[in-house]
Design a protein around this ligand. Structure first.
Ligand SMILES: [Mg+2]
Length: 191
């Protein structure tokens, strides 16, 4: 490995943490409607599974009771572990949801529990402002702007029902943790 460690960023919600299932659980509690993550076919939940009034109610529930520190992890967490075992530093790049006062402390707790030190956690809503060699995302919109801002870098889009749009030349859609690990190693040139 080069003496300068590549800058590898992982988005959290939708990549490492299953926020969608938690959101849908609270939405069911509020509205009585049962949805699965497959029903989330666009990034804006208000355009596919909910409406602004219900969305506000769900966020109020999150603000009151928290729960972000207990989200289930997706199998892509294994890729982070394997990259660390190969000697790479992996950083989390995640939006802070400042409107919910529990978000940052609970998210930090969750990430600490997955082995991210506090220095390896970057809170930023404008991800394009953060340069890296690699970004793994589930938001097509975020990845598009990041790939456009960092044309010599590579973006990976974890395939989800809400992101099935076409990608720019420097982005790759991945369907499994093994495919992601292999692709990142190819990009950062693991020996
Ligand atoms: Mg995300």
């Amino acid at each position: 490995m080069s003496p300068i460690s590549p800058r590898i960023f992982f988005d959290v919600d939708g990549v490492l943490a299953d926020f969608a299932s938690y959101y849908l659980k609270l939405l069911k509690e509020h509205s009585g409607r049962d949805h699965t993550p497959e029903d989330i076919t666009c990034w804006d939940f208000n355009k596919c599974v909910t409406n602004p009034a219900e969305d506000s109610a769900v966020w109020e529930m999150i603000s009151k009771r928290g729960g972000i520190h207990e989200l289930s992890e997706y199998p892509y967490m294994e890729v982070v572990t394997k990259l660390r075992n190969l000697g790479y530093k992996v950083r989390a790049l995640t939006s802070p949801a400042w409107a919910c006062h529990r978000w940052v402390p609970e998210r930090t707790l969750w990430l600490n529990g997955k082995g991210f030190t506090t220095k390896e956690i970057v809170y930023c809503s404008d991800k394009a402002a953060i340069w890296g060699d690699v970004l793994v995302e589930d938001s097509w919109e975020n990845l598009m702007s990041w790939c456009s801002a960092h044309q010599a870098s590579t973006g990976f889009l974890v395939d989800r029902p809400w992101n099935r749009n076409s990608l720019p030349w420097n982005a790759v859609r991945v369907h499994t943790p093994d495919q992601l690990l292999e692709s990142i190693q190819r990009v950062v040139g693991h020996e």
